[in-house]
Design a protein around this ligand. Structure first.
Ligand SMILES: [Zn+2]
Length: 402
């Protein structure tokens, strides 16, 4: 089959093609060329013409917690079965938003591995998942209350042991937690160094929740492959990350969404509806206000250092949309980069960091045909990503918006 549309954004951060087509053979992109050339070379292939739409690689969300149920007002109802249904529902919702690959950065133990197995067996539809298993936090550190979503582990040797167990059980990546809302690193430098070393010596990658100072600096020094949030990162630190080949997943939307929700609730005097936004986070109002302001003020300066930026959404609040990558990219564009650059954070850049360059995240010959088709010209208006027409995974239409 040949897929064609007026605009194609290839995912490398700069290339926008017009009047091209993609030849899909089995699950892969067999050719990408001007449409007339493809039609004359492959006259018997059916053509699906999407007209004025944009075709781009399926989106990659690098920071998702598919199985987080902790903010549900009826949390007492959630046993393992209900958590598994929720995880699958969130995965499907992400796919409807054009997300074909997810990095799950800590979830209840095994739920994402089992979802992937269910997907392989054909039981469910879901995006491709790179899975971190449980997060690893210090005793009493960020995330410790998340029951089986986090393992509390202290000391370099114990951290190494937990990492080995998680890799044994099938984790693709490891996730650490190192900061909460204060300027305190929860782990000592030697513990962070040990975690990064344990992964790297077996050729695995490791990401870390580090939003404040000095945690951000300590995690950069340890060499974590991706810094999650980096909310109060300095330009100097972004430069160091570029030099060391580390990537930044800002998750602008997570902090901005919570801040906006808080502002709305305070304005409406509705602060007792049972959601943890009200109960647990309102006392952190000042933190979220400063966080949202820091992203707005600093994003472009940090981006301009050349540090690799990746799209992640981290939406865990009850009622929040699942994996709203399009909205995260809108923030990036609002804060100063182009739509084509923003799309690369959720396609080519993320594929590279996942070790999937040439396989996903770019429209290139030989890649897996994970495609997103949206209405309008996404290279001119990033809001077009919110108007999903078709989502292809492995060369097949997985979702068609009606
Ligand atoms: Zn998170």
């Amino acid at each position: 089959m040949i897929v064609t549309a007026k605009t194609m954004v290839t995912g490398d951060g700069k290339t926008v093609l017009h009047d091209h087509g993609i030849l899909i053979k089995k699950e892969r992109i067999a050719a990408l060329a001007p449409i007339e050339q493809l039609k004359s070379n492959f006259p018997d292939e059916p053509v699906r013409d999407y007209g004025d739409a944009t075709v781009l690689p399926g989106l990659i969300d690098m920071h998702v917690h598919l199985g987080y149920w902790y903010s549900k007002p009826d949390g007492y109802e959630y046993n393992q079965h209900l958590i598994a249904y929720l995880t699958q529902y969130n995965a499907l919702s992400a796919m409807f938003n054009g997300v074909t690959t997810i990095r799950s950065v800590s979830d209840p133990h095994m739920v994402c591995q089992k979802l992937m197995q269910a997907r392989e067996k054909g039981f469910v539809r879901a995006p491709r998942i790179f899975n971190c298993d449980r997060g690893i936090c210090a005793t009493g550190g960020h995330g410790w209350v998340l029951e089986d979503g986090c393992a509390q582990v202290d000391g370099a040797d114990n951290i190494r042991s937990e990492i080995r167990k998680q890799l044994r059980d099938g984790a693709h990546w490891i996730k650490m937690m190192d900061s909460d809302r204060s300027n305190v690193s929860e782990y000592r430098q030697e513990e962070l160094d040990a975690a990064a070393d344990e992964c790297h010596r077996v050729n695995r990658k490791i990401c870390v929740h580090a939003g404040t100072q000095p945690s951000i600096q300590m995690c950069i020094d340890a060499g974590f492959d991706t810094i999650e949030h980096g909310t109060f990162m300095t330009v100097e630190q972004a430069r160091t990350m570029k030099e060391k080949g580390l990537a930044w997943v800002p998750t602008i939307i997570a902090y901005t969404y919570i801040y906006d929700e808080m502002v709305k609730k305070i304005a409406s005097n509705d602060t007792e509806s049972g959601n943890v936004v009200d109960a647990g986070l309102l006392h952190d109002f000042e933190y979220f206000r400063a966080a949202a302001a820091a992203y707005k003020e600093n994003f472009k300066k940090l981006y301009d250092t050349g540090v690799t930026v990746l799209a992640g959404t981290d939406m865990v609040m009850d009622g929040a949309p699942a994996a709203p990558v399009a909205r995260e990219l809108q923030y990036m564009v609002d804060y100063g980069i182009t739509p084509t650059q923003a799309i690369a954070t959720a396609t080519g850049n993320s594929a590279r960091v996942l070790g999937m360059q040439g396989q996903i995240g770019e429209l290139v010959s030989g890649a897996i045909a994970d495609l997103l088709v949206v209405e309008g010209d996404a290279s001119a208006d990033i809001c077009a990503l919110g108007k999903v027409k078709d989502v292809f995974q492995n060369g097949c239409v997985l979702h068609r918006a009606i």
